[in-house]
Design a protein around this ligand. Sequence first.
Ligand code: AMP
Length: 367
Amino acid sequence: MRIGILGGGQLGRMLALAGYPLGLSFRFLDPSPEACAGQVGELVVGGFLEEGALARFAEGLDLVTYEFENVPVEAVRFLAGRLPIYPPPQALAEAQDRLREKAFMQSLGVPTPPFHPVETLEDLKVGLEATGLPALLKTRRGGYDGKNQILIRREEEAERAFWALGGRGLILEGYVAFDREVALLSVRGQGGEVVFYPLVENRHEGGILRLSLAPAPGVSEALQRKAEDYARRALMALDYTGVLALEFFQVGEELLFNEMAPRVHNSGHWTIEGAETSQFENHLRALLGLPLGSTAPRGRSAMVNLIGVKPNVAQVLALSGAHLHWYGKEVRPGRKVGHITLRRDTWEGLAQDLSHLLALAQAAEPV
Ligand code: AMP
């Protein structure tokens, strides 16, 4: 089986690395000749809207998936006319737009932070009256890792934020004083079977995911079930196949939906070593109509992103239970270039080395 992946970043790379033991082969489409998945599979270099590149990419594939959600929906529709494509294009369309995804989840009865579409300054004024301050103004599209959003603390800041974000296509959200951020990764197979990983606790810095703890400590059975119930509604409504990631704000025992990603996700990288079956393998199993693998955690895991730094490899690997994933990307400030998972049987065993690991993950080494 030859699988086509739209996008050639680290998610595509890790999908391929999980798929080789299953006897699969991979082709990527990416506008950059440097795309790091090209180191582990065939890379077609071309824009997502270039018909010639799309046709070369599609030639001889058995099915198509994607590894980042800002693939133009037109490209997905073009391919969908020729090949099976999973997850469904509608999921991509919802996830590309912060307003649509929140309205979609709200329509399924899933709680969200208060939100308002903003196309004019008047909309912003009305929205702020409803949300109160502080509030977050975000672009509906294109933002990721905390980009394209501005915190409005005082009314006088609103107009500047509006223009700084382009003055249209915006969403205003009430600021949620959450206890923590958690994510749920779910997988739905072609026959409709569904499995869930345990909730993960995510810690961000500057809007970028820095650390995941999995399973999230202190999650009640009821909270896990609530997250699964919310995810199941989305999976059913979209007739979904593959991995779906949902991010929530936890406030007490409540979960407010923040974002969805219709793909494998950074919050699931820990599953490579920390779960019986990784998110990458389960995504492929789902696409191929194969039985889904167990999502049971193996002990406790902490996943630390490497952001703009190359750590000392020997020092990292000297920590028992540490696993390095280097993506083969050029190191640049603010860029995710790898991650490390520290896996142990218990949190007690992990906590001490985690602070050491976090220090190593900050320490740049000349490259
Ligand atoms: P986003 O790209 O929309 O997920 O936002 C990036 C990060 O900003 C989130 O992971 C949160 O840490 C923070 N954030 C986003 N929306 C809100 C909100 N409504 N209230 C509080 N924090 C938020």
